[in-house]
Design a binder for this molecule. Structure first.
Ligand code: DMJ
Length: 545
């Protein structure tokens, strides 16, 4: 039962290294059983298969028995092929369960929210944010990757016939770029269908007015019909993560169209931020002013909301551009040093490594679920030739993100966790009442995908599998769709929120599918870089040296 007591947790984590201290038969049996349970389904199936083969040969060597079975070839076939079937379905099952989850989510969207932004699965209605079919466009490449052709074609036809950006509507530059522009570009790359590129180009041009500011740091909002842009009503600041996490998409648009204006505006933002004072060892504040181009609200540093994907896009732009843009790499390496120096700590009870926040030199042991993108990004960097200790940190943080799920009664992570620094018998993860919700976010399964791709350690798949089962148990809505919930600590009444975020289909289910797929060439990380909404974009070929 969740949450495990500290004693349970320690006995699980220590069981491998201390198994020699078990000296009686009962303990040996328990230890064996525990080890058996730690194997992946594929490994277990393989061992069972070998045992079955050995058993079969043993039996066949006894003439009296084989005599009785003569003519019963079906039985021999069963014995031989049964384990083989288990072996071959070992990983396929999980893929099918993700596909089923997608179909279920799509069923609700199609029935009650078709062409609208988000499904409200409990009230069987929809919510509108920009009025641009957000969920549908965010899901296009997921359907393509999962081989859901019928669903894909239907959605593609909606894009052709119904999607128009000529609308008097204010959209958020960042959200529209990562979800819609990113979704269209990736759909174009996967399918080669010009329709998606034309739509991407139309949208990209309509977003450009956001960059017409005194500082060239873009406004947060653009009216894509009128061609006007503005900051939020209460401030002239933009969010740091928002203005520095639109680059992969705009750069790719220039690459495809051979029109430089898209890349120029976003490169300019990176150049300005690169030389801006107010960072602390590469860590950036959360706001930047569109008039002055300076950081505001200085002295507060987080890897969570409002800053997270700044760090992610430093690395990913460097990878996208063929590892040639040195200032991006420099900023990324410096930032990770800053993270290690100021934000990494271990919990008191179980020595879990986590990332906290810094507020005017005061450390706050608070970690957003959003920060769980970091193990994946660190692993991607280490895989791309960056220091090996980035991978060590990734492994430790991945364990913590896993515990953020495992220690909750529903097996689902809260939106925000606080970590205990006291070396007492208490829990590592403390959740405040206001932070108990779960929005079906992807960051942990995203990182599990990278960790599995780079290590092939099947525990990462098993952790993803547990998460998927918890989503199915506590967030699946009969009739179609999945819902965000209010309370991950209450399995009896998790409190459905009546909202299915588009990133559940665009990211969460896609990363789970890729995590369970044995096809490492499917969206190879040597060829593609995923934007922050899980839309794969090609890595550009390196220029000749
Ligand atoms: C997504 O829109 C993106 O992953 C973004 O970078 C962070 N927030 C959501 C998912 O949690």
């Amino acid at each position: 039962m969740y949450p495990p007591s500290r004693k349970d947790f320690i006995s699980v984590t220590l069981s491998d290294s201390h198994s020699h201290t078990y000296n009686n038969g009962k303990h040996r049996r328990q230890s064996c059983w525990r080890k058996w349970k730690q194997l992946s389904r594929l490994q277990r199936s393989f061992i069972l298969f070998l045992l079955a083969v050995v058993l079969l040969f043993g039996l066949l060597s006894y003439p009296s028995i084989t005599e009785r079975w003569r003519g019963k070839q079906w039985l021999n076939l069963m014995i031989l092929c049964g384990p083989l079937l288990v072996v071959s379905t070992g990983s396929v099952d999980r893929l099918e369960v993700v596909r089923d989850a997608f179909r279920h989510a799509w069923k609700g969207y199609k029935a009650y929210a078709w062409g609208h932004d988000e499904l409200k699965p409990i009230s069987k209605s929809f919510g509108e944010w920009f009025g641009l079919g957000l969920t549908l466009i965010d899901s296009l490449d997921t359907m393509w990757i999962m081989g859901l052709k019928e669903e894909f074609v239907e959605a593609r036809n909606w894009v052709e016939k119904e999607l128009s950006f000529n609308k008097n509507v204010d959209v958020n530059l960042f959200e529209t770029t990562i979800r819609i522009l990113g979704g269209l570009l990736s759909a174009y790359h996967l399918t080669g269908d010009q329709l998606f590129l034309e739509k991407a180009k139309d949208l990209g041009s309509r977003l450009l007015p956001a960059f017409k500011t005194p500082s060239k740091i873009p406004f947060s909002d653009v009216n894509i019909g009128k061609g006007t842009a503005h900051p939020p009503r209460w401030t002239s600041d933009s969010t740091l993560a928002e203005v520095t996490s639109i680059q992969l998409e705009f750069r790719e648009l220039s690459h495809l169209t051979q029109e430089p204006q898209y890349q120029e505006v976003v490169d300019e933002v990176m150049k300005l931020v690169h030389k801006l004072p107010g960072k602390q060892d590469g860590l950036v504040p959360m706001f930047i002013n569109t008039n002055s181009g300076q950081f505001t609200h200085k002295g507060v540093f987080t890897l969570g909301a409002r800053a997270d994907s700044y760090y992610e896009y430093l690395l990913k732009q460097w990878i996208q551009g063929g590892k040639t843009e040195d200032s991006l790499l420099e900023d990324y390496l410096q930032a990770i040093e800053g993270v290690k120096k100021h934000l990494v700590r271990k919990t008191g009870p179980s020595r879990l490594t986590f990332i906290g926040e810094l507020s005017h030199n005061r450390f706050n042991p608070k970690m957003d679920h959003l920060v769980c993108f970091l193990p994946g990004t660190l692993a991607l960097g280490a895989h791309s030739g960056l220091p090996g200790d980035h991978m060590d940190l990734a492994v430790q943080l991945m364990e913590t993100c896993h515990q953020m799920y495992k220690q909750m009664e529903t097996g689902l992570s809260p939106e925000i966790s606080h970590f205990s620094l006291q070396a007492s018998d208490g829990l590592d993860v403390v959740v405040k009442p206001a932070d108990r919700h779960n929005l079906l976010r992807p960051e942990t399964v995203e990182s599990l995908f990278y960790m599995y791709r780079f290590t092939k350690d099947t525990k990462y798949r098993d952790w993803g599998w547990e998460i998927l089962q918890s989503f199915n148990k506590y967030t699946k809505v009969p009739g179609g769709g999945y819902t965000s919930i209010n309370n991950v600590r209450d399995p009896v009444n998790p409190g459905p929120r009546d909202k299915m975020e588009s990133f559940f289909l665009g990211e969460t289910l896609k990363y789970l599918y890729l995590l369970f797929s044995d096809d490492m060439e499917m969206l190879s990380l040597e060829k593609y870089v995923f934007n922050t909404e899980a839309h794969p974009l090609p890595i550009w070929p390196s220029p000749p040296k």
